[in-house]
Structure formats: C-alpha cells, structure tokens
Ligand binder design. Structure first.
Ligand code: URA
Length: 418
C-alpha cells in the first residue's frame, strides 16, 4: 500500500477500508509514514470526514497501538469521565472525589491544557508536591484505599493518539468529529473502566460550536463505546461562558476547594452533581439519577467529598497545608481590575478569548515546551445576565508581568453589554 494513494482516496471523498486504516496506523507508528503525509491525511479527514465504520476502525487501530490497563483486580465499579475541553473547566477536581465519596472507583487519566483550554494535570500540579505519575500498582492500590486517583496518561496507553494529537495540534486538524471521537475513545477504551461519562462541551469556548454538533460528537463516541461493549453516556454542557468564575491553575484549584466545601459557584456545583449522579446511575446499583443527586449533594455538604480530595492530595505527595489553608498559594505580583466603561447587562462573554488571554498570562501553553505559571489567570466578577454599573469590575487579572494595551483591548472585546 502507498500512503499517497490513501491520502488521494480520502481527499477525493472515498472511504478507506478497515485494512487500509489498520495498515496506515501501524506503518505510522513504525516510523514508515512521515508526519507530513499523516498531516495531509488528517487535513483530508477535516474536509471529507469519515463514515461510522472508518471512525470505528481508526479508533480500534489507535486503541490497539499500545497496552491496556487491567483494573479487574480492583473490587467494585470503576468509572471514568472525560471532558472535550473548555475554559475554567475544573469539573474533574470536584467530580472525581465526589463520586469516590459514594464508594465508586474513579480511575482517571487526565490531560494537560493546550491552546485556550485548561487541563486537569496542570491544575493538580499547581498544588506543591502533587505527583501525577504513579506506577500501575500504586494507581490501583490508591483506588482500593480511597477510590480515586488522577494521573497523567501513560506513554503506553494509546500511544498513537499521543502522536496524532501532537500533530493535529500544530496542523489545525483538531476540530473534526471522527478525529476527536477516535482520540478520546481510544484512550478511554485502553483504560478498562466499567462506565464512561463524556462531558461534551459546545459554545464559543469549546471545539463544537453548537449543541447539534456536540450531539453528533457524543453519539459518535457512544456508538464507538457500544461497539466495544462498553457502557458510555454523555452530558452536553454549554461553554458559552467560562465554567465558574476562575480561569488559571491555582485560581481554579481554590474554586474547586470552595465547591467541595459546598460554597462553589452555582453552575459548577450543578454540573458536578448532574454528571456525578449520571455516573452513579450508570453503575447498575439500583440508584436512580434523582437518588444519586441527593446522595452526592449530602456528600458535598457533609465535607466527605472534600476529605477524599484532601486524602488524594496526600496520597499523591501534595502538600495538604495548601488544601487546608488555600491562602498559602503564592500571590501574583499584580492584581488588576478590569472595570466596565458603561452601565449594562452582560449579553455575552467570549470564553475562547478569555481562555486565550489566560494562556497569554502564562496559565497555559502556546507550545508543548512552554512552562506554566500556576498562579496567574482571570477571575470573573460578573457573568451573563448580571447587571454592572460603570466603574465596577468585570474581572480581576492575576499577572506576574504587566499586560499590554492589546491584552486589555481583547478582554474588553470579549464582553457584550446592553
Ligand atoms: N480531547 C482529546 O483527548 N482529543 C481530542 O481530539 C479533543 C479533545
């Protein structure tokens, strides 16, 4: 087979056979297909798409490119949750210990932030000492003891996705449903949990622009999961404004801690309870979503979920002084209020721009090699539907270097007031 033939086939809208997809992924992982040819193929997929069978074959080839994590010797249900990426999305920090507090094992491999979206690993690493690398045995032992562990993706699981994702990120080929679905599901299948809940985000801060395309992505991923005999469900959630108020690693950890103490923002708390309840109801324990919601609300208010988070930090080497006294986190050199220039009601917020702004402050990476400044970011003071008076702050900028005028202009342009 020749890669140029496969590129031509896809570019001209023809479907590839399972054997062709299998051969292509194998040859790519062997180093027999260079990145520039794979990039051309990915771009052709962005324009021409893939049918259901091709998407399934691609997922299978990526999933089988590495090892699988066998969790069968951890007793009880093992569950996983994955977000398609958003701004201010600290859901996992709350949801994982919350679901664990109900006795479910949350076996979570998380990713790093890239571009305008944040990543759970970067947030956790902003807690001094927190280690995201655990051996397979330590990971399982932690699950047996406290029902939750959050680690970085092992190089051995779905390595084809790691290579393809890095390539897609720099060739503007992230945003295609078959590519996103196969990327996410190859990782989820490799980590053999019993139930997987997908948080598919849509809106101006997400990869999917609207609810319809999010539904399409969700259905594609559910279909893949079912084809492999796995229990998969999806929640669609809006990213038309940041989730909660904080964007940036330490700032988001602090907001997650407040949420775990029952004092979090309404939208974040509601989403975590909704997703947690859905996950519990998937576990065939005779619990309806309504019952699970009530149980998890109690776990939040009683402090049990917070306590599990604290234990997870201790198990993974983090300094719990920061969890008990969040004021210990370093303060940025500058804290600047962005004030409104007119009275009005906030009609819309461009989450993508705010995510990019936080990244430019140092909260995220522009390239994989960039280092993160954990303390910087933005904290919104008002959200859509809130009325603000001239001179009141829209948000606070936490920075260690003074932002440029262009930076402020971008922030102004992110808000529409009427
Ligand atoms: N998250 C992933 O893991 N892969 C994608 O392609 C997009 C979001």
């Amino acid at each position: 087979m020749l890669m140029t033939d496969l590129i031509h086939q896809k570019r001209t809208g023809k479907a590839l056979s399972d054997q062709e997809i299998e051969w292509m992924m194998h040859a790519y992982m062997q180093g027999d297909i260079p990145d520039y040819q794979m990039s051309a193929f990915l771009m052709a997929v962005c324009f021409q798409g893939m049918n259901e069978r091709e998407t399934l074959a691609l997922t299978k080839a990526m999933y089988l490119s590495g090892e699988t994590l066998d969790l069968s010797d951890v007793p009880g249900w093992k569950v996983d949750k994955h977000s398609t990426g958003g701004v201010g999305d600290k859901t996992t920090l709350v949801l994982a210990p919350l679901v664990a507090s109900a006795g479910m094992n949350v076996a979570k491999m998380s990713g790093r932030g890239l571009g305008h979206t944040g990543g759970t690993l970067d947030k956790l690493e902003s807690i001094p000492g927190f280690c995201i690398h655990l051996s397979e045995e330590a990971f399982k032992d932690q699950l047996r003891r406290i029902h939750v562990a959050i680690i970085g993706q092992s190089e051995k699981l779905a390595p084809a996705d790691q290579r393809l994702y890095a390539l897609r990120d720099v060739t503007d080929t992230v945003n295609a449903i078959p590519l996103i679905a196969s990327s996410i599901m190859s990782k989820k299948l490799a980590c053999q949990t019993d139930a997987i809940l997908l948080d598919v985000k849509y809106g101006n801060g997400a990869f999917m622009p609207d609810r319809e395309s999010a539904r399409q992505l969700a259905d594609t991923m559910i279909g893949i999961g079912e084809a492999f005999g796995r229990k998969v469900d999806a929640v669609l959630s809006s990213m038309d404004e940041p989730l909660g108020y904080a964007i940036g690693n330490v700032l988001e950890v602090k907001e997650a801690l407040a949420t775990l103490k029952g004092r979090g923002p309404k939208d974040l708390t509601a989403l975590c309870l909704h997703e947690g309840a859905r996950l519990l109801s998937m576990c065939e324990m005779g619990m309806t979503e309504k019952m699970a919601y009530r149980l998890l609300s109690e776990k939040l208010l009683s402090g049990e979920a917070f306590d599990i988070f604290r234990q997870m930090v201790a198990f993974q080497g983090g300094d719990i002084e920061y969890i008990d006294h969040p004021d210990r986190f370093a303060k940025t050199r500058y804290q600047i209020h962005l004030k409104t220039r007119t009275d009005g009601c906030i009609q819309s917020i461009n989450s993508y721009q705010l995510g990019l702004a936080a990244m430019h402050l140092g909260a995220g990476r522009q390239t994989k090699e960039d280092t993160i400044d954990p303390d910087v970011g933005l904290v919104l003071k008002a959200k859509i539907g809130d009325h603000v008076k001239k001179g009141e702050p829209l948000l606070t900028i936490y920075a260690n270097t003074l932002p440029s005028q262009a930076f402020y202009d971008t922030l102004w342009q992110s808000y529409v007031l009427k």
